[in-house]
Write a protein that binds this ligand. Structure first.
Ligand code: FAD
Ligand code: NAG
Length: 808
C-alpha cells in the first residue's frame, strides 16, 4: 500500500518508544524514518524491563508479544522483605494479573525486547538508521529538517523525540517555544526535572537461593532492592536515596569505576531472607549506575515538535511502568496522527498543533496517575517518611489496592485503532474492555476530588460535634443510670442494664451502655423517638448493605471489603453521624469513576448480592424489627443486643453461604455475548437488591408514621432543630438520646445524598444524560412520602442504572 498523503514522521531515538512508534506508524500506513545515535539497535547495558498487561495488548496487536513471552518465564510469587530479612508480605501479584487480564507479568533484558521489536519491523527495517546522532532541528512553516552529527539531514512533517531522558529534541522544542514567545513556559519546563534517588542495576548468572520465577523486594531506610529470578539470569536493582533533591542541570552523573566503592556498605544487605546482596553482585555479568530523574512535562508538543516516552514522562522505575507507559504513549500518538490525517486532507502546522494538543490532553491524566504511583512506590520502598513506615505494616492491603488500580488501567489500555484485538485480550476475569466506549470517562485530578469531597468531610465534622455535644449533655444521666444499674420504662417495667447478654465479657462491656441508649425508643417509652428509630434502624441496615455492595465490586479485592465493615461497626458503636460521612468521604476518594466504569470492574457477583440480602434479613431486619415489635419488652432488649453486632454478623453469615454457592459470573467469558451475560446478571441482582431494600424501607417508614403519636409532626419526629445542640439544662436522658438519634439520621442521610450527588456528577460529566432538577425533585418527593432511606436506595439504584449505560 502506498503511504497515506506523503506525511512523514522523523523519529529521533530507536529504543522502546521509538521502535513501538515505528511499528504503529507502519501499521497505520504512515511514512517514517527513525534516527538512532548508537551504532547498534540493541546493545547490552545491563538494563531489564518488566512488561505489564497495559503494554501486552498493543504489543500483541503488533505481533511481537509471543516472541517476548518466549524469552521469559511468567512470574509468580512476590516476596517483600524488611531490612533485616523479615517477611513483610507475600503476594502473587503477577499470577493475579494473569488471571485477571490473560497476560502474565514478564521480565526480560531490555536488549531482548529491542531486538524483538527491531526484528519484527521486517521490510521497514530500512527506515531505521543507526549512527545518526541528531544535533539540530530546523522548523519551517511547511516542514521540519532534522540534522545529524554526520552531516546528513532528513525532512519530515513532524519530528518526534523518542530520545530518552536527556532528549535533544525536547531542548530544541523549548528553543522553538522561546522563539514563539513562550519563554515563560519553556523556562518552567527547563526547571521541572528533579532527582532524589540513584540506582545500580545489573544482570547476574543464576544465584543459589534464588528460585525462578520469584521476585524479591527489600524495603529499608534510605535504600531498597529488587531482585527478579528470571530464566537463567538474575536481574537486580539497588536503589539509594541521594543526600538531597537535585534539580535540572545539577543532577549528578556517576562514574562506572566508582560502583564498587558506592556499593561497599551494601554488600551484606538482605535481598531475600537467605541471600545477601554480595551473592548476586559477585555473579554480575553487566551492571550500571544511574541517577533516577523524575519529571512529567507539561508540554509534549508544539507546532511540528513532539516528545514521547522518557523524553516526556520520566518516572521512578520501582513500579516498572516507564517502558510500558512509553509503549502506550507511542500507540496513542500514532492513533492521533492517523485520525488527524483522516480529518485533514492537507496538513498545516496549525492542524498538527491542534490535533496533538488534543492528544496530549487526553493522554496526560492517565500518565499522571501512573507517574504519581511510581513516585510513591520508590518513596515507600526506601521508607522516606514516617507515613511510609506506618504504611509498610499494611503492605498486603496496600499491594492489593495498588494492583486494583493497575487492573483498572489494564482494562483501559491504549490500543492500536486500526488493528483487531487479539483473542487473548478477551480472556481473564477482567479482560480488555473493547466493546465499551469508555473514552469519554473523565479522569479528575486527586486534589480536585478532595475539594469536591470536602462537604462530606464538613458533614463529618458537624456530625461529630453535634452528637459529641449531645453525649456530653447526657453523660451525667447515663453515668448515673450505669451506676444504678437499672432503667425504668414508662410502663413501670424495670430493665437491668448490666445483664450479660452476649456471655462474652468484652462484648457485654462494650455494648451494655449502647443498648441502654436504645431502651427509651424500643420500649416505646419515648413514643416520638420510637417512630423515628423504627424508620431509621432498618434504613441504616439497608445503607450498610449498599456500603458492602460497593465493596464487593470486582475492582476491589478482599482487603477493601474490610473498609465498609470497620466503618459500619464504628458507626454502630460510636455514631452514624460521624462515621457515615467519613465512609462516604473516603469511599469517594478511594475509587473514581475512571476505575469503576469498565464493566469488569463495576460488576458485583450476583452470589454476593443475593447472599447479602439473605444475611441482612437474618442478622439485621429480623432482630431490628423484633426489637421494636415483640410484645415482651424484656425480649426487645435481647433482640436489640442481637441486632447491635449486625455489621459483623451480616458479612460473617454471608461468607460461608457465598463460598458454598460459588460465583455466578462466568470467569472465562471470552466472547462478547458471554460478557454481556455477566454484566446483565450482575445488574439484575443489583436491581433485586435496591428494589427490595427500598420496599422494606418504605413500608417501615409508612408503618412508623401511621403509628406515630397523635399530634406530632414530621419535624417533631425527625428534625433535631436548627437551634443547635444546646439541650435545655434540665433535659432528661430520654430527651438527650432522642436528640442524638435524630442527629445520627439527619447527618448520615445528608452525607449519603451528598455522596450520591458526587457520584451522579461524575457520570454526568462523562456523558450520561439526566436532569438534575428531575432527580432532586423525585428524591425529595420520595423522602417526604416514603422516608429518606427509600429515596437513598432508589437514588443508588439510579446511579447503578446510569453506570450500566456508560460505555454499553
Ligand atoms: C534502572 C531502571 C529500571 C527500569 N525498569 C523498568 C521496568 O522494569 N519496566 C519498565 O517498563 N520500564 C523500566 N524502566 C524504564 C524504561 O527503561 C524506560 O522508560 C524506557 O526505556 C523508555 O524508553 P524511551 O524509548 O522513551 O527512551 P530510552 O530507552 O532512553 O531510549 C532513548 C533512545 O534515544 C537515543 N538517542 C538519545 N539521544 C539521541 C540523539 N541525539 N539522536 C539520536 N538518538 C538519540 C538513545 O541512544 C536511545 O536509544 C527502567 C529504567 C531504569 C533506569
Ligand atoms: C500552537 O499552539 C501554541 C499554544 O499551545 C500557540 O502558541 C502556537 O501559536 C500554535 N501554533 C500555531 C501554528 O497555531
Amino acid at each position: 500500500m502506498a503511504p497515506k498523503q506523503n506525511l512523514r514522521v522523523v523519529i529521533v531515538g530507536g529504543s522502546i518508544a521509538g521502535l513501538t512508534l515505528s511499528h504503529c506508524l507502519a501499521r497505520h500506513n504512515i511514512d517514517f524514518v527513525l534516527l538512532e545515535a548508537r551504532e547498534e539497535i540493541a546493545p547490552q547495558e545491563g538494563a531489564s524491563i518488566s512488561i505489564f498487561p497495559t503494554a501486552c495488548l498493543s504489543l500483541e496487536q503488533l505481533g511481537v508479544l509471543d516472541d517476548i513471552l518466549e524469552q521469559v518465564e511468567p512470574l509468580k510469587p512476590l516476596y517483600n522483605w524488611d531490612s533485616n530479612g523479615k517477611l513483610l508480605a507475600y503476594t502473587e501479584v503477577p499470577a493475579i494479573s494473569q488471571k485477571r487480564h490473560g497476560y502474565p507479568g514478564a521480565f526480560l533484558a531490555r536488549q531482548s525486547i529491542l531486538e524483538i521489536l527491531y526484528k519484527h519491523l521486517g521490510d521497514r527495517q530500512g527506515a531505521v538508521l543507526t549512527g545518526k546522532k541528531v544535533i539540530g532541528v530546523e522548523h519551517f512553516d511547511t516542514h521540519v529538517a532534522v540534522h545529524c552529527a554526520d552531516g546528513s539531514s532528513f525532512d519530515g512533517d513532524l519530528v518526534v523525540g523518542a530520545d530518552g531522558v536527556r532528549s535533544i529534541v525536547r531542548q530544541l522544542m523549548w528553543s522553538h517555544m522561546d522563539s514563539r514567545g513562550l519563554q515563560a513556559e519553556a523556562r518552567e519546563e527547563r526547571d521541572r526535572m528533579t532527582c532524589e534517588y540513584d540506582c545500580v542495576f545489573g544482570i547476574s548468572s543464576p544465584t543459589p537461593g534464588l528460585t525462578t520465577p520469584d521476585i524479591h523486594r527489600t524495603y529499608a531506610r534510605g535504600w531498597s532492592t529488587i531482585v527478579v529470578a528470571g530464566k537463567d539470569k538474575a536481574y537486580w536493582f539497588l536503589f539509594t536515596k541521594l543526600d538531597r533533591k537535585y534539580k535540572g542541570h545539577e543532577i549528578p552523573r556517576f562514574n562506572h569505576d566508582e560502583i564498587d566503592k558506592h556499593l561497599a556498605p551494601y554488600m551484606n544487605i538482605p535481598v531475600t531472607n537467605t541471600v545477601p546482596f554480595f551473592e548476586v553482585y559477585n555473579r554480575r555479568e553487566v551492571c550500571n549506575w544511574l541517577a533516577l530523574e523524575e519529571v512529567l512535562y507539561k508540554n509534549w508538543c508544539i507546532d511540528r515538535f513532539v516528545i514521547i516516552g522518557d523524553a516526556a514522562h520520566k518516572m521512578a522505575p520501582n513500579s516498572g511502568h516507564g517502558g510500558n507507559t512509553a509503549v502506550e504513549t507511542s500507540v496513542s500518538l500514532s492513533n492521533s496522527i492517523a485520525s488527524m490525517l483522516e480529518k485533514h486532507p492537507e496538513i498545516h502546522t496549525k492542524d498538527i498543533n491542534d490535533s496533538l494538543k488534543n492528544w496530549q490532553e487526553a493522554r496526560n491524566p492517565r500518565v499522571t496517575q501512573i507517574w504519581q504511583t511510581a513516585a510513591e512506590v520508590v518513596r515507600l520502598e526506601t521508607t522516606t517518611s514516617f507515613k511510609h513506615r506506618i504504611i509498610q505494616h499494611f503492605l498486603p492491603i496496600l499491594i492489593a489496592l495498588v494492583q486494583n488500580k493497575g487492573s483498572a488501567y489494564a482494562v483501559a489500555a491504549e490500543r492500536i485503532d486500526c488493528l483487531p484485538l487479539p483473542p487473548r485480550s478477551f480472556t481473564g476475569t477482567m479482560p480488555y474492555n473493547c466493546q465499551e466506549n469508555l473514552g469519554q470517562v473523565i479522569q479528575e485530578k486527586f486534589w480536585k476530588r478532595v475539594l469536591w469531597g470536602l462537604p462530606l468531610f464538613g458533614l463529618m465534622c458537624i456530625g461529630a460535634c453535634t452528637v459529641g455535644t449531645t453525649i456530653l449533655n447526657i453523660r451525667p444521666h447515663a453515668e448515673a443510670l450505669l451506676e444504678h444499674g437499672f432503667w425504668t420504662a414508662s410502663t413501670g417495667e424495670i430493665f437491668s442494664i448490666h445483664k450479660r447478654i452476649y456471655k462474652l465479657r468484652a462484648l457485654d462491656d462494650i455494648f451494655q451502655p449502647v443498648i441502654m441508649c436504645f431502651l427509651p425508643s424500643i420500649t416505646g417509652t419515648d413514643s416520638q423517638s420510637w417512630t423515628q428509630m423504627f424508620s431509621f434502624i432498618p434504613e441504616f441496615g439497608a445503607v450498610y448493605a449498599i456500603w458492602l455492595l460497593e465493596g464487593y465490586r470486582k475492582v476491589n479485592s478482599w482487603p477493601a471489603v474490610l473498609f465498609p465493615i470497620i466503618m459500619g461497626q464504628g458507626a454502630q458503636l460510636l455514631s452514624v453521624a460521624a462515621f457515615g460521612p467519613l465512609y462516604y468521604f473516603l469511599q469517594y476518594l478511594q475509587l473514581s469513576l475512571y476505575e469503576t466504569a469498565p464493566s469488569n470492574n463495576r460488576e458485583i457477583d450476583p452470589t454476593g448480592t443475593y447472599t447479602l440480602l439473605a444475611a441482612l434479613a437474618a442478622a439485621h431486619y429480623i432482630p431490628s424489627y423484633a426489637s421494636f415489635l415483640v410484645p415482651d419488652l424484656q425480649d426487645r432488649q435481647l433482640w436489640n443486643a442481637a441486632w447491635q453486632i449486625f455489621p459483623l454478623t451480616v458479612p460473617l453469615l454471608q461468607l460461608p453461604l457465598s463460598l458454598f454457592l460459588g460465583s455466578k459470573l462466568n470467569p472465562d467469558a471470552t466472547s462478547v455475548a458471554a460478557r454481556a451475560e455477566n454484566r446483565k446478571s450482575s445488574l439484575v441482582a443489583i436491581r433485586v437488591a435496591y428494589c427490595s431494600l427500598a420496599m422494606i424501607s418504605a413500608s417501615g417508614f409508612v408503618y412508623a408514621r401511621a403509628n406515630a403519636p397523635v399530634g406530632s409532626s414530621m419535624l417533631d419526629i425527625f428534625w433535631p432543630g436548627v437551634r443547635g445542640y444546646a439541650l435545655p439544662g434540665d433535659a432528661s436522658f430520654e430527651e438527650g438520646i432522642a436528640r442524638f438519634m435524630q442527629y445520627d439520621q439527619v447527618s448520615s442521610m445528608a452525607a449519603g445524598f451528598a455522596w450520591l450527588g458526587l457520584r451522579l456528577r461524575e457520570l454526568r460529566r462523562s456523558g450520561v444524560e439526566f436532569s438534575w432538577l428531575g432527580v432532586v425533585g423525585v428524591l425529595v418527593g420520595i423522602t417526604c412520602v416514603f422516608g429518606p432511606g427509600t429515596a437513598f436506595l432508589l437514588g443508588w439504584g439510579l446511579k447503578e442504572e446510569l453506570l450500566h449505560k456508560l460505555g454499553a
